[in-house]
Ligand binder design. Structure first.
Ligand code: FAD
Length: 436
């Protein structure tokens, strides 16, 4: 990684080479998008992250505006609805670049991409999808509760239909971006499951529309003080009789309507009808695609964080001298860098492969769980190693490696813990006996 001038004996400082797009993934359009995202991340996102993250600051409106101008809120929204009309591959590729600078900037993208648009009314769906692609419909997702984390079937927030409104009462925890959002997608229990039904029966997703920067009547909350993942606040929310119009039910079967006539992966296929059973099946498929995409997106963010730690380490090892040498001369540390780079490359190859399968429409929930597991555990190891390579300076807020380390630590916990990914993978490999 370093080159030396044998006449002067001086070594020119080199930076780690950012990832290339090689065959079979390379296209000129993808390369252009990758370079654009990289330049934007390093020149515009990184300085903001370096300034604001240490103060637990929020992503500023100006940065959201730039993300919108670049079209990143609608990477996967079909072009006819104002999006870039690209796939999960491009979505993950851009997200890796952004996470290399600040994970939160990659995470906020996931709160658009057609999220919160799958209403039954086609006109509203079309309108919301356009707003989503423009970054004018950025949401929050309220699934988790104090007593329902990995086990979402345990959700107890109640929705009761009164006339033409749902009345929602309960407690949600960990809702990222709740106050700043244009909407909150809330998982509620409409009824208890009947005997013999799965525990998840009776759950529904409601769309709570709201103004940015405030909570509607009946909703209150406080931000949770996190170790990292700054850039947006994560909320503990209390719903006390919050009123939501009866028609604001989100259902992936709505998004599946008209599929085949209009392409694209997220949200608003508007037009034809798929009725009854087939609509339900199409909805299930959409819901699975959504979860799988979220897992691959998390893997890409983890790769971005690990890469940030590696790139910072490569520079630091050349700058820092001990025993009369740049510490980059010590083979133990050189080998550590080699191992970090190899692990990152492996996770990147894997997430690109799974993203490609998703773009082809190949069912791959096992692979999506595998890549989420592998890439996030890798990011924890690599950022931890990077901190070690930085010595005492790594354990300060003067360097960015501590941010990468703090943010990477979250990736094995949210979007389904590592243990839950292992459960998904093993459940597709090993039947359980009746005793289990
Ligand atoms: C910073 C942050 C942001 C978040 N953002 C959001 C958000 O925006 N919206 C949202 O809805 N949620 C969000 N979450 C919630 C997140 O998805 C949950 O924290 C996660 O799913 C784990 O749930 P839990 O914290 O309740 O842990 P628990 O489910 O209580 O798990 C505790 C431990 O038990 C293990 N475990 C649980 N069940 C099993 C099992 N069956 N087999 C083996 N091991 C098991 C877990 O892996 C874990 O190690 C966020 C969380 C954090 C920390």
């Amino acid at each position: 990684m370093t080159s030396s001038d044998s006449a002067t004996g001086e070594t020119e400082l080199q930076e780690a080479r950012p990832p290339a797009l090689l065959p079979p993934w390379h296209t000129p359009e993808r390369e252009e998008l990758q370079l654009q995202a990289r330049r934007f991340a390093m020149e515009e996102v990184l300085p903001v992250a370096n300034e604001l993250d240490p103060q637990k600051g929020l992503i500023p409106a100006s940065l959201l505006q730039r993300l919108a101008e670049l079209g990143y809120f609608g990477i996967t929204v079909p072009a006819e609805h104002g999006g870039l009309g690209l796939g999960v591959f491009e979505y993950c590729m851009v997200s890796e670049e952004l996470a290399r600078a600040w994970m939160s900037s990659a995470s906020i993208l996931a709160r658009a991409q057609g999220l919160g648009t799958t209403l039954a009314d086609a006109d509203r769906r079309r309108d919301l999808l356009r707003r989503s692609a423009r970054g004018e419909w950025i949401g929050a997702i309220a699934l988790s509760e104090p007593d329902a984390g990995s086990d979402l079937a345990g959700v107890s927030t109640r929705a009761v239909l009164e006339g033409d409104e749902w009345v929602v009462t309960g407690h949600k925890r960990w809702c990222g971006n709740a106050e700043a959002a244009d909407f909150i997608q809330v998982l509620v229990r409409e009824r208890d499951p009947e005997e013999g039904e799965p525990r998840s029966r009776g759950l529904r997703t409601l769309l709570l529309e709201k103004e940015r920067g405030e909570f509607p009547a009946g909703l209150s909350g406080h931000p949770i003080d996190k170790v990292g993942y700054h850039g947006f606040l994560t909320w503990d929310l209390t719903f006390d009789g919050v009123r939501i119009p009866a028609e604001n039910v989100l259902d992936d079967a709505n998004a599946a309507q008209g599929e085949g006539e209009i392409g694209g992966r997220v949200g608003g296929e508007i037009g034809g009808r798929v009725g009854g059973e087939s609509a339900a099946r199409a909805g299930m498929r959409k819901a699975k695609e959504f979860l799988d995409t979220a897992r691959v997106h998390t893997a890409a963010r983890a790769v971005g964080l690990a890469r940030a730690a590696l790139e910072d380490s490569v520079v630091y090892l050349q700058e820092r001298e001990q025993f009369g040498h740049p510490i980059a001369d010590f083979q133990a540390l050189r080998f550590a860098v080699a191992e970090m780079a190899a692990q990152i490359e492996q996770s990147r190859a894997f997430y690109r492969q799974v993203a490609h399968l998703l773009d082809l429409g190949v069912p791959c929930d096992r692979e999506a769980a595998m890549v989420k597991l592998e890439a996030t555990e890798m990011a924890v190891r690599v950022t931890n190693q990077a901190m070690q390579l930085h010595g005492g300076n790594g354990y300060t807020t003067e360097r960015q490696v501590e941010r990468h380390w703090r943010d990477a630590r979250l990736t094995t916990i949210f979007e389904g813990t590592s243990e839950i990914q292992k459960r998904i993978i093993s459940d597709r490999m090993l039947p359980r006996s009746p005793l289990a």
